[in-house]
Design a protein around this ligand. Sequence first.
Ligand SMILES: Cc1ncc(COP(=O)(O)O)c(C=O)c1O
Length: 304
Amino acid sequence: MTERLVYLSGELVPESEAKISIFDAAVNLGHCVTDSARTFRHSPFKLDQHIARLYDSLKVARINPGITQQDMLAATLDLLERNLKLYRAEDDCWIVHNVSAGMAPMGPSPVQSSKATIMIANQPLNLTGWQKYYHEGCHAVTPFSRQIPSQSLDARIKNRSRMFYTLAEQEVKIVDNDAQSVILDTDGFVAENKGGNVFLVKNGVVRTPTSINGLAGVTRQTTLEICDTLGISREETRLLPYDLYTADEVFFTSTPYCLMPATRFNGLPVGDGQVGPVSQAILKGWFDLTGVDVIAQADAQINS
Ligand SMILES: Cc1ncc(COP(=O)(O)O)c(C=O)c1O
């Protein structure tokens, strides 16, 4: 086998041959939920939690996947095992699920009327786009687009309707190519990043918004658990831009990179403008938990 396989609605198909209809609900309606996990040393991390979140998203999005969580997990692990022989020992992989409501005929009703389209893929986890931020920090910037209110689309439904996240991220790139979005909700409170959760550190206390206006990130939860292990106080609370301006440290969390420090916020230095000790301690906590030094992994990819 020279090419990775993907799982497409019950079939294993070479990546280059995997195709869905242009009439699929994912394309026609954006009616598609998703989840992304990763491996550490080729072992999936908290995959059961990612799949449980996928099933919560499916339920609220009224998509019937037609297979059980156990079958989804088994298919994911089987695919990973088949493809792992094509991965370099030093690399890890993303594990991505996309599940749409299947064929979406044009007409008056968007209610699911066919089998779901289930797409499972794994791909090498390329950290090079984040590598320098582990060392220098990124520039956290608030875009002018606001988070869709959870009254309209609950942020806990991890879904593929990513237009507003994409626009928000493009807007901050107008300011700085090294910018990463800190999206505010329509009341001006900090919500999340287009693909991550936002944290700050002030006087030794780690703070992050609740999941009222942002995805309940698995990495966010693990980071809070690492804080508990390290004896760092932490709080889930509402945050305003003022809190980020006056923080000692700011960072993002997400599955691929674990923790990404931000050393500027809207053009001003965060604390002393360097990656701070609490961010470094939590990154070390990730290493202790997973056995993988993600900074070394990213550095090695840059140098290879
Ligand atoms: C909008 C959004 N927020 C937060 C996250 C972080 O979630 P997790 O830590 O589970 O990767 C993601 C992940 O892709 C995301 O898309």
